[in-house]
Design a binder for this molecule. Sequence first.
Ligand code: FRU
Length: 509
Amino acid sequence: LAQNYTERYRPQFHFTPAKNWMNDPNGLIYHEETYHLFYQHNPGGISWGAMSWGHATSSDLVHWVHQPVALLARGFPDNITEMFFSGTAVFDAQNTSGFGTNDKAPLVAMYTSHYPVGQTLPSGKTVDSNQQSQSIAYSLDDGMTWTTYDSVNPVIHNPPEEYADQIHDFRDPAVFWHEETQKWVSVMSLPGLRKLLIYTSPNLKDWELASEFGPVNAVGGVWECPSMFPLPLDGGEGLKWVVQISLNPGGPAGNTGSGTQYVVGQFDGTTFTPDADSLTQSNWVDWGPDFYAALTFSGLPVEDRVDIAWMTNLRYGGSTPTDPWRSAFTVPRRLSLKTINGKATLTQEPILENAEYSSTHWDTLPTGSTKLDFSGNALDISLTFSESESTQFGMIVRASSDLSEQTQVGYDVEKKEVFVNRTISGVSGFDDTFAAVSTAPLESKEGKVTLRVLVDWSSVEVFGGAGEVTLASLIFPSEESSGIYLFSTGGSTDNVEVKAANVKSVWIT
Ligand code: FRU
């Protein structure tokens, strides 16, 4: 499949399928020196449909190679009897599942089987139309091909009896090994109830309900794609646990659609207990409009947690103006947990590959806008400045020569907020809420503010401060709009430092 990935809006350093529809990242796993990226995929078209697991691999999280579809909707294309909804993958090193052979331990994927038609399965179980149940599949060739466990699937047929009315919305298992209790743990969601169910298993096949969590914090939409993982606090010995939950709608203020929240706490192998101060407000993993269904990799050391999200909003994910593919992922983001203002807070750092940075410094930049002498549509730009006279300071990217098309990324000194303004960023008519401003709270540090801005052919991702706030935003500017400016509003701005580099394409073709 020859591709040069230069179509209009084609991201250059964000993962996209070669063609057709993509939604959630699935089964992210690092195994045998390879990163596997599976994803919700309709191999039959550019809209949500015959949900399957697409597949790509990478040796460095930066360059990706497309692989054949890993789990193809059963009965594709004409008589679909099972779709493979979102899920995760683990390395069963001790062969607890028994799927392995003497010299090969298996990878096991756990996912939601969505049965569009009621039927009796090969395992003898009967399912409703549109029922959702949890199933497993295994791989004995390090993730390249998968065998579904048809003699038993689904392994979790129904939610507990008291939630029997939820069988049509019971999904997205996120499985991991819990060393202390020597058990597998899987977290899944009852979306409409804003509730997570935590199951445990000795062998990935037999599952027992251990506890429930939720609803808490952001509950303005259904809960989907939950996951749970430990992270060292402040890089030390102590671990905290993070629950990451997507919800739709009910995202951050100013975003009328979907979003992703997290809760910090403790997990003992059975029960997740949130920290009291993690429940005082909704904690957003990303404050922009376009960050959903985020998932981290299994198979990496505990201090090396990498998160990837579907970079869109459920409001318009199905109508963005790209062709022949639809949707991109965020750049992989390395997660840390840091105490900020007394509270355990997620921070994020992007993983990408740059050309060399060039730096420019201004002791003082006057009020107004200043055109920079570089431009481009795939850039990594870090901007630092001192809080000074100006009320707003920042950068204009993807600007047309007359500035009628532009995207602003800036800091409001009085409100102590980062903002991304895409009201005149380009094509936006596919959704009436798209042309808007999103904001995130950010304190300056010793009077200085830092914003790292990743500009791609159809997105802007912003990392504020030490990465304690991020904003992912799609934009659809015309290709010629590649100008970069600084702007200072309400006065001048001191100690401005800009470091910029071109970002290399991720495509191995
Ligand atoms: C989230 C989601 C998941 C589900 C999948 C189906 O975007 O709705 O809950 O498993 O997409 O494609």
